[in-house]
Design a protein around this ligand. Structure first.
Ligand SMILES: [Zn+2]
Length: 143
């Protein structure tokens, strides 16, 4: 499978069985998983969305109160759900093209993408257990 490095954004080819073995990037030698949400711009988003790892995206904005409340929930989920998925954040003010492309009408909006296709969507800040249950239900299996 192809995994995009969170540091240099190069694609790495990896056997799915090696996901749990703390894989590192062949180009920049840094860890492919950091346990932290990854902030994506329009440019880096395209690279990650075309890789094989399911992505969970938090569309947010700095002025949005519920987004601030949800941020620590999302950060904890990154620790819990990597390497089953890449958890990423898109600032809707910095990347209005992405907000338009995914028809984001309220924030926060949580989206699961797999190989660029939308798998599931959740509107609004939800409690941690509900968010974890939603991820368990909708995250595609890694093949
Ligand atoms: Zn790298």
């Amino acid at each position: 499978m192809l995994i995009c490095c969170p540091h240099c954004h190069r694609k790495n080819r990896l056997e799915p069985a090696r996901l749990d073995a703390n894989p590192t990037c062949g180009a920049c030698k840094q860890a492919l998983f950091t346990g932290q949400p990854l902030s994506l711009s329009s440019t880096t988003f395209a690279k990650h969305a075309s890789a094989d790892l399911p992505m969970v995206i938090d569309f947010w904005a700095s002025w949005c109160g519920p987004c601030q409340q949800f941020a620590p929930v999302f950060a904890k989920a990154a620790t819990a759900f990597e390497p089953r998925a890449r958890l990423a954040k898109v600032d809707t003010e910095a990347a209005p093209d992405l907000a338009a492309r995914f028809a984001i009408r309220s924030i926060p909006t949580l989206l699961i993408l797999h190989r660029g296709q939308e798998v599931a969507r959740l509107n609004g800040a939800v409690p941690p257990q509900e968010f974890a249950r939603w991820l368990d239900t909708h995250l595609p299996a890694i093949t």
